[in-house]
Design a protein around this ligand. Structure first.
Ligand code: TPP
Ligand code: MG
Length: 577
């Protein structure tokens, strides 16, 4: 009987992938070297869609105890690797075949680049012995990937496989994190070499931490600025979570009594209800602040390219990436470093005589502005209208979340609504695509989050358009028994785009290229072995969500929402300004 790979490893004194022989040296293949290198990086899972070019990596994963999660589209594999990195704090890994497998994964890699998420995509390639001969699925992958990765290379020889993997991970952490790409020609991957010929970097010994606490003199300057400030405001962006600096950020704002606003993955750094957590008064705070500290988020479209910050305020920017600091808008002080370390150093440097009590009136002022904004929109949040107002839907979702719910938003207008209302209750419990604005991240992020953190509840809100892009991998969630609560805000349209068309070309000319069918996503969920329900009455939202939670299955609650209600962010077309 043929030996399994694991049995072979045992027969070889625990050398995985080695071929037993008394006379010959122990041999190891490229795929097994990949698995060893992934393990050294702490990776316990790869996301993949199979292909003949890459199967030796799977065989290596069997020996190294790395789980193989097989999906239905390579875009899903790449987004899942991105999501895995966000949830675990370790790099994610997707493995895809040559040609169309790799091109399908491009969007996921691009999303990770803009979101500063560390991940490695490994793509197959035709045998190097057939280089440029027209082999099956041959494409110039490295050229295609170079502009959207921090590192893209071909592995030239089997002996170098693990070495190149370690290099790719090292590059993932240069400055702000991001994706790397490696293509491995089939003969390099399948080739077997004597074990001692391979360079196999050992865990914890092939790369150093790149964390830096910033220029000490800049830290002292920022501590002075904040100590003397009457009306400071701080924006905690995604890098605060990426670098796991959330405790340091919370300690700074509490010690110095500074109002905090959060965006991207920085949401949840402080829980809603915390005296320093603000979200509806950001414009007012920035307009009136004397010191504004922007942490780990660029002056991109989400920040109006920095133009909305008043010239009167002293603006400080802290970022992992020197290229982000001072880009698009002049700043008064820039600090390049790890946000958590920088903020902890600032707290320490500010001492006890830090003027915290003097900022009480400022916080009270903002709390009043916040309260007024909340009162103004309260009727919409509680609207009993049918079809359901999207505000009511996102309000019900916000009420439904617990401290252990990771919230994922994937869609256009409906997710713009949720950004105003849904407040994650814990750090790292908010996932959105990031500045690439990629529709379709939802199901892959659910896959990554629930797999990496089975102890957490995952709640995802989809637009019907967004869900359709990667929705077939709902089946993967069923297959791997990964329950979650899914909600489709169904307006049978790509509504965010429709609004722009109506504005630009007039109502009556807006129904072009944006209309979806009235699809029963609840039935789709049931067909694939999940739980499904549809909701038309707003009072049924909460009970349906609870039943989805209790079902213990991947679920989709199909909520028919009003296609003629648009989010303020959509109506202001802020993303294009
Ligand atoms: C991959 C991708 N394709 C297209 C877009 C452009 N886009 C932005 S919002 C949107 C509409 C999304 O529709 P849906 O998910 O149903 O949300 P709705 O606006 O209807 O609430 C589209 C197509 C995008 N951001 N990403
Ligand atoms: Mg829609």
């Amino acid at each position: 009987m043929a030996r399994t790979s694991a049995e072979t490893a045992v027969a070889n004194g625990g050398v995985p992938g080695a071929v037993p022989s008394d006379t010959e040296p122990q041999l190891i293949s490229g795929g097994h070297l990949v698995a060893k290198a992934l393990k050294a990086e702490g990776i316990d899972t790869i996301f993949t869609l199979c292909g003949g070019h890459i199967i030796d990596i799977y065989d290596g994963c069997v020996d190294e105890g790395i789980e193989v999660i097989d999906v239905r589209h390579e875009q899903v594999a790449a987004h899942a690797a991105d999501g895995y990195a966000r949830v675990t704090g370790r790099a994610g890994c997707a493995v895809v075949t040559a040609g169309p497998g790799t091109t399908d994964a491009v969007t996921g890699v691009a999303n990770a680049l803009r979101a500063e998420s560390p991940m490695l995509l490994i793509g197959g390639q035709g045998a190097s012995s057939q280089h440029k001969m027209g082999s099956l699925q041959d494409l110039p992958h490295v050229d295609m990937m170079a502009p959207i990765t921090k590192f893209a290379a071909t592995v030239p020889a089997t002996a170098r496989v693990a070495d190149l993997v370690s290099m790719a991970f090292r590059e993932c952490y240069a400055g702000a994190p991001g994706p790397s790409f490696l293509e491995i020609p089939r003969d390099v991957l399948d080739g077997r070499i004597p074990l001692e010929q391979a360079r196999i970097p050992q865990a914890g010994r092939y790369r150093a931490t790149t964390r830096s606490a910033g220029d000490p003199s800049a830290i002292v300057r920022l501590a002075d600025l904040l100590t003397q400030s009457q009306k400071p405001a701080i924006l905690l962006g995604s890098q605060v979570w990426t670098t796991r600096g959330t405790d340091a950020a919370a300690e700074l704002v509490r010690t110095l009594n500074i109002p905090a606003y959060m965006n991207g993955a920085g949401r949840g750094t402080l829980p809603p209800g915390d005296p320093h957590h603000f979200h509806l008064s950001r414009r007012y705070a920035f307009d009136n602040a004397d010191v504004i500290v922007i942490v780990g988020t660029p002056f991109d479209f989400r920040m109006g390219y920095g133009r909305r910050l008043p010239a009167t305020a002293t603006v400080v920017q802290i970022d992992l990436d020197y290229r982000t600091v001072g880009k698009n808008r002049d700043i008064d002080l820039g600090i390049v470093g790890d946000p958590g370390l920088v903020l902890a150093s600032v707290t320490a440097a500010s001492g006890t005589d830090n003027g915290a009590a003097g900022r009480k009136a400022w916080l009270e002022e903002l709390r009043m502005v916040e309260g007024k904004a909340r009162d103004k929109r309260a009727p919409q949040l509680l609207s009993d209208a049918s079809p359901i107002h999207p505000y009511r839907l996102v309000h019900e979702i916000n009420e439904f979340l617990t401290e252990d719910s990771i919230y994922i938003g994937d869609g256009g207008d409906v997710v713009t609504f949720s950004g105003q209302v849904v407040q994650p209750k814990s750090p790292g419990h908010w996932m959105d695509p990031g500045p690439l604005g990629t529709l379709g991240v939802g199901i892959p992020f659910v896959l990554a989050a629930k797999h990496a953190r089975p102890d957490k509840e995952v709640v995802a809100l989809f637009g019907d358009g967004a869900f359709s892009l990667t929705g077939w991998d709902f089946e993967t969630l069923v297959r791997f028994n990964l329950p979650f609560v899914g909600i489709v805000g169904n307006n049978s349209s790509m509504n965010q785009i429709r609004y722009g068309q109506a504005r630009k070309y007039g109502v009556g000319r807006e129904r072009v290229g944006n209309t979806l069918g009235d699809v029963h996503y609840d039935e789709f969920a049931k067909m694939l072995g999940g739980y499904g329900e549809e909701v038309r009455d707003p009072r049924d939202i909460a009970p349906a969500l609870r039943r989805a939670r209790e079902s213990g299955k991947p679920s989709l609650i199909n909520v028919w929402i009003d296609p003629d209600a648009y989010a303020p962010g959509t109506m202001n077309q802020t993303m294009y300004k």
